[in-house]
Design a protein around this ligand. Structure first.
Ligand code: GTP
Ligand code: MG
Length: 308
């Protein structure tokens, strides 16, 4: 009997994964699942929408929601991302706050602690101090910062602390076991064979965006949006006409690259990964288009799936 079809225990939990940008929330989600459902990159604010990933095992089901990293912003896109992340903790069975243990704590980390400490009827809080493979310099201040946040909130939950490396997998099984242990007895939230409910077009667009983010520098990634305009699904292969939006002509040149090299490299890397994810060839037709000020254009954000 395969794991997915073996009888499941009665435990299930909806868990929001939150934290500031770049701490490794998406990498940790993928490590917890053992599958990649959420894109990862060194660029802050990589995740732009809520991404759900479901882990079903004989010991129960954990449904995670990966969220955008909360950050300072002046754009519609940034506000939508922050709002989605903050709202994602409502109605969950547990909140997994991710910190970067290799770096000093930042205001955004303390902001999350205050927000979670204040939730008197809130779900249990589990704090994963990530990037343990890089050392644990940041770990020392974190418990004190939580105590400070809790001091101002009489009914603050007592968090569980875990040291993990999403990159190497160290501590990930212990974290998974702890999450199953605190999952309430309730029916599963998703059918056992569901890995993610991320819509296919958004998933394809995100893979293209990840490959761009891994190659672009400075501010350019923050000026790039990707949307699948057409998806033709035949039984043999899929063809996705995918638009890469930038704000200015100069950025268009950067994305295309000298003699089209950048775009070609992105297409190849994305096609390779998409073929693995969807188990069939996926052909990408990439088009670069200028859309001035798209990060401040709510209707554009809605059209490409970044706004609800
Ligand atoms: N060394 C090391 N790097 C990590 C680890 N976890 C994540 N990273 C790296 O940290 C960077 C950010 O990872 P993401 O998973 O995209 O971070 P995030 O918190 O989802 O970021 P946003 O979506 O922007 O909020 C990437 O370059 C990851 O490879 C880890 O355990 N160790
Ligand atoms: Mg992310």
């Amino acid at each position: 009997m395969s794991e997915a079809s073996s009888p499941m225990s009665g435990r299930a939990a909806l868990i929001a994964i939150v934290g500031r940008a770049n701490v490794g929330k998406s990498t940790l989600l993928n490590a917890l699942l053992g599958e990649k459902v959420s894109i990862e990159s060194p660029v802050a604010q990589t995740t732009r929408t809520l991404i759900r990933g479901v882990l079903t095992e004989p010991r129960g089901q954990l449904a995670f929601v990966d969220t955008p990293g909360v950050h300072q912003t002046k754009t519609d896109l940034g506000r939508l991302m922050n709002r989605a992340a903050r709202a994602a903790v409502e109605g969950t069975d547990a909140v997994l706050l991710v910190l970067d243990g290799s770096a000093p704590l930042r205001d955004e980390d303390r902001g999350w602690m205050r927000r979670l400490a204040r939730r008197s009827e809130g779900a249990p809080v589990v704090i994963a101090v990530n990037k343990a493979d890089l050392g644990a310099a940041g770990l020392e201040e974190a418990p004190a910062a939580w105590r400070a946040a809790a001091a101002a909130a009489p009914a603050a939950p007592v968090p569980q602390w875990h040291s993990v490396s999403a990159r190497t997998g160290a501590g990930v099984e212990e974290l998974r076991a702890a999450l199953f242990a605190l999952a309430p007895e309730q029916p599963p939230l998703f059918p056992p064979d569901v890995l993610t409910d991320h819509p296919r077009r958004l998933a394809i667009a995100d893979v293209v965006r990840e490959k761009l983010f891994l190659r672009l520098r400075d501010e350019v990634p923050h000026r790039v949006a990707v949307a699948v305009e057409h998806l033709v699904e035949s039984s043999e292969a899929w063809t996705a006409t995918t638009i890469i939006y930038v704000e200015r002509d100069s950025q268009k040149g950067i994305v295309i690259g000298y003699k089209g090299r950048m775009l070609r490299a992105v297409r190849r890397a994305a096609e390779r990964e998409l073929a693995e994810i969807f188990d069939r060839p996926v052909k990408l037709d990439l088009v670069v288009r200028v859309e001035p000020n798209w990060t401040r254009n709510y209707w554009f954000l809605k059209r490409i799936g970044y706004a609800p």
